[in-house]
Design a protein around this ligand. Sequence first.
Ligand SMILES: [Zn+2]
Length: 130
Amino acid sequence: MFHIYCPYCEEHREEEEFHPKGQAHIARPADPDACSDAEWGDYLFFRDNPRGIHHELWVHAVGCRKFFNITRHTVTYEILETYRMGEQPTITAESLAREEKADKVQVADGGQQTVGASDAALASMKGAQA
Ligand SMILES: [Zn+2]
């Protein structure tokens, strides 16, 4: 059992009160009629599946019943922050990579996110790119 901070109730509540609802910050196309089938299909069906930082939509189902966003690390499952709808995350993969470069932690070239990856995983990723 762990607790999740609801930004509307402004307190930590048991995880069982919450439900994940998928990727956050998916913008509906302004003019759906102008979209190609590929663009519309991408909007409807395709979601990011990163190794590392992921922004997710959650609902406090057995509480205030409001939707909010969570920044979660998909490797460690650590919830790094929660924030209200309409707000932007303060922690992103890019901001974390910048901090880690400043701390001289290895980050793979080519923008590939390697936050939390083991040395063996990094080596296999580099091997796959070669
Ligand atoms: Zn709540």
